[in-house]
Ligand binder design. Structure first.
Ligand code: ZN
Length: 430
């Protein structure tokens, strides 16, 4: 079992290595290459195109951005900053530029982090025209007050926003949504870990012999992608989604984090907290006020989808976030696998969550059914108590997750217990 987990973690990490060098943004060739890579892993993934100019609520799909090269040359003709060495060097959505500038003009277009002098920051300017370069603060300090040739060979033209979608049918029309984004360039925890763990989860879901719920999984550019998707399928999603996760920041080995939905008490919230409570030593609980990804759209008023996030180091809350330090060394096979395991448990629990009702009045005489140990001892008392407590809340109003929380017992132990109780005809599934 552990060998399998080890292997799966390493496979996911190898996908990260393949995908890491691609220059992604909210649109463009990098997104298409990334989707094509996932399409090879997941042949059922459908790749959709939404043209520039398409309206989505208050937003419009922007021009497509592509960049071929970007560099700064000093007066001796030496490239001192080169996009080919690290794609974080160019500000995302930079308009084309090719000119000789003096230091003060260049300086206005440079981004660096004085507090993290070795790190290259990740900066974008999707919706206001600009150009710029990101460099380490140490390098910036070495720049001389001379002239520099700045070149960004990019274009911003009518094109498409692309996203990937895969729907895996279950017995019921009700759906579980997994949403992940594919718009960051060479950055590992935020965001490559998200689509990678999602892809591995899809492979597991596809192999299941029986599926209760239907799965809807989307690989979108963050923000504009979820807004476009919601604008296309809002009624369907509102009617069918019973639970879901934004899968992001799931690659490192640090403490787990939980970000609730706006309503805080949806099925997803309850399941996520339950699985974390019973499976990890500790985790950080954030508030919806700390949101920062597509739950901003999914949980907004009038949309109201039950979407949460379980993360490792949460975006905006670790020093390496949105810098060149969030690289392949920051994530690990075990980090990816740990997140995969926790999300898989959440999905399993959502599927196993039913409301039960006892079929007898008063406590059943458990010893009659070989359920309650016939010999009374302290240990047996504890096991018997679990069963009695479970039955005490099987009143036709509490679902399994509720009961698990109420009686502080692992939900997966209770699932096993319900299977026995159903066989003995002591409870019924509502
Ligand atoms: Zn990000």
């Amino acid at each position: 079992m552990n060998k399998d987990k080890d292997k799966n973690g390493k496979i996911m990490y190898s996908w990260a290595k393949d995908l890491y060098p691609m220059c992604r943004s909210i649109t463009g060739d990098g997104v298409r290459k990334t989707l094509a890579y996932f399409n090879k892993l997941l042949p059922d993934l459908k790749i959709e195109s939404v043209p520039t100019g398409t309206k989505a609520f208050d937003w419009v799909v922007p021009n497509e951005w592509n960049v071929r090269s970007a560099y700064i040359k000093d007066q001796s003709g030496r490239k001192i900053v080169d996009f080919k060495k690290n794609n974080l060097h160019v500000v995302g959505y930079s308009e084309p530029v090719n000119k000789l500038v003096d230091f003060s003009e260049l300086n206005n277009h440079l981004h660096s982090l004085p507090d993290q002098p070795n790190a290259i920051p990740y900066v974008t300017s999707y919706y206001s025209k600009n150009w710029g370069f990101c460099i380490s603060h140490n390098q910036r300090k070495l720049l001389k007050k001379k002239k520099y040739q700045v070149v960004i060979d990019s274009d911003l033209k009518k094109g498409n926003l692309n996203y990937g979608e895969i729907i895996i049918k279950g017995d019921e029309d009700k759906e579980i949504l997994l949403s992940t984004y594919i718009c960051h360039p060479s950055l590992a925890n935020d965001n490559l870990s998200g689509p990678i763990v999602t892809a591995s989860l899809i492979k597991w879901i596809q192999k299941l012999k029986k599926r209760r719920y239907t799965y809807r999984v989307i690989f979108i550019p963050e923000t504009i992608g979820s807004i476009v998707y919601l604008s296309r399928y809002l009624n369907h999603l509102k009617k069918n989604i019973i639970a879901g996760f934004v899968v992001t920041c799931v690659g490192d080995n640090n403490t787990y984090s939980f970000l609730p939905s706006r309503k805080e008490n949806t099925l997803t919230d309850r399941v996520a907290k339950n699985v974390l409570n019973h499976n990890v030593d500790s985790y950080k609980v954030y508030s919806f006020l700390d949101r920062g990804s597509d739950e901003r759209q999914y949980c907004s008023p009038g949309i109201d989808l039950p979407i949460c996030s379980i993360m490792r180091s949460k975006y905006n809350a670790y020093p390496e976030y949105h810098t060149s330090l969030d690289n392949l060394n920051f994530i690990s096979p075990t980090g990816l696998q740990g997140s995969y395991d926790i999300l898989k448990k959440c999905i399993k629990l959502i599927n196993a969550n039913f409301i039960f009702k006892t079929k007898v009045l008063c406590e059943p005489q458990l010893s009659k059914y070989n359920l309650y140990p016939k010999i009374s001892s302290k240990i047996n008392y504890k096991n018997g108590k679990k069963l009695q407590n479970f039955l005490a809340y099987c009143d036709g109003t509490n679902d399994l997750v509720n009961i698990s929380e109420k009686i502080n017992e692992d939900a997966f132990d209770l699932i096993k217990l319900t299977q026995e109780l159903l066989k003995l005809n002591l409870i019924k599934k509502l």
